[in-house]
Design a protein around this ligand. Structure first.
Ligand code: AMP
Ligand code: MN
Length: 329
């Protein structure tokens, strides 16, 4: 007689332990990283809606408000902005955060933490850690979780999931896009939401200030190492002249990759004594190594770090380190 052996992977065990904790408890707090992006917002809002369908009490607390372009997201106004939380809940779900301090929200460390993330180098700070680097967005894990919880995918939740996947995959261009990604998108479309409408809300909705700042950034771009490295520099003075906020500039860092020769982009954001650096690269270039060498992190082709009071020569050193990770024929 044939026997069927079903292999349960450690990831599935972590996911089902998280599902069980959510089914058992009644009061939850959801959070994600400071300076939220489409994946952090969409993942939190969708999971919150699922838990509310199950009759649970849910608060979402973030350190920073959402960028203006996400104002259309269903239920966005339910996200509370606070630097710390006082009340104790059955569990805190931390989405999209490789370390707890990336939340920018205090008072979480003494609570039961459920860590759900897809970034490389997660610090495994949770009571349960569901860390799946094969997911193209944290929203893929949220989608699996809501299926496991047995709740319906409403059009509002489908919109939240789709925004997360659309933005975290760079409009379906990054690595880690799989059949699973499109299966989730199929379920999204089946709820009746229109992917083109959502894309227009995300991408055709920027400020004129963003357009002006884009012109300045590209006008002052430096191309180094035989055009392989593009360097963009943003200062507070440029933001003031363009009339926009740093959050208005999401995605611009990717523009230079549209040129065949450019293999990596260094986006230097100078604000007061702080230098924030966003790094992007084409598939063959593991740019994350450079971010990690400065105490940051992220993904192979999209990562970042921050230096306070950068010593003279830091910018040139970053360019040299990036040059060092570009494979030469
Ligand atoms: P950004 O360039 O800010 O859009 O960030 C790109 C990726 O790098 C995201 O996945 C971030 O989570 C990650 N990242 C950016 N800054 C840091 C940091 N200081 N530490 C760890 N990861 C970071
Ligand atoms: Mn993400």
């Amino acid at each position: 007689m044939a026997t069927t052996v079903t292999t349960v992977t450690p990831l599935q065990i972590d996911a089902s332990r998280i599902r069980d904790t959510l089914l058992t408890g009644s009061r939850f707090l959801l959070t994600s990283h400071a300076r939220p992006d489409g994946d952090s917002l969409g993942s939190q809002l969708c999971l919150a809606a699922a838990l509310r369908q199950l009759g649970k009490q849910v608060r979402i607390v973030n350190a920073d408000p959402a960028p203006e372009s996400y104002a259309f997201l269903p239920d966005l106004a339910t996200i509370e902005i606070a630097a710390s939380v006082e009340d104790t809940v059955d569990a805190v779900v931390v989405l999209e955060c490789s370390s707890l301090d990336r939340t920018g929200v205090g008072g979480l460390e003494r609570q039961t933490l459920l860590n759900i993330d897809h970034h490389l180098g997660n610090a495994m700070y949770g009571a349960i850690n569901w860390h799946d680097v094969s997911a193209c967005a944290c929203a893929e894990l949220v989608s699996d979780l809501i299926e496991a919880l047995g709740v319906d995918l409403t059009p509002a939740m489908a919109t939240q999931l789709y925004v997360a996947i659309l933005t975290d995959t760079g409009s379906f261009r990054h690595a880690n896009i799989t059949a699973r990604t499109f299966e989730i998108c199929r379920r999204v479309a089946a709820t009746g939401v229109n992917p083109a409408t959502i894309a227009a809300q995300v991408y055709n909705n920027g400020s004129v200030g963003r357009l002006r700042a884009t012109g300045m950034l590209l006008g002052q771009m430096r191309l180094e190492h035989d055009n392989q490295i593009a360097v963009l520099t943003l200062t507070d003075a440029m933001l003031a002249e363009a009339g926009c906020e740093p959050d208005d500039l999401e995605g611009i860092v990717n523009m230079p990759l549209g040129a065949r020769d450019v293999q990596a982009v260094i986006f230097l954001k100078e604000s007061g004594s702080e230098l924030r650096v966003s790094l992007r690269s084409k598939d063959a270039v593991d740019i994350r190594q450079v971010a990690v060498s400065y105490g940051g992190g992220g993904h192979r082709n999209a990562s970042g770090f921050t230096v306070d009071h950068p010593p003279t020569g830091t910018r040139e050193e970053v360019i040299n380190r990036v040059a060092g990770v570009i494979p030469q024929p």
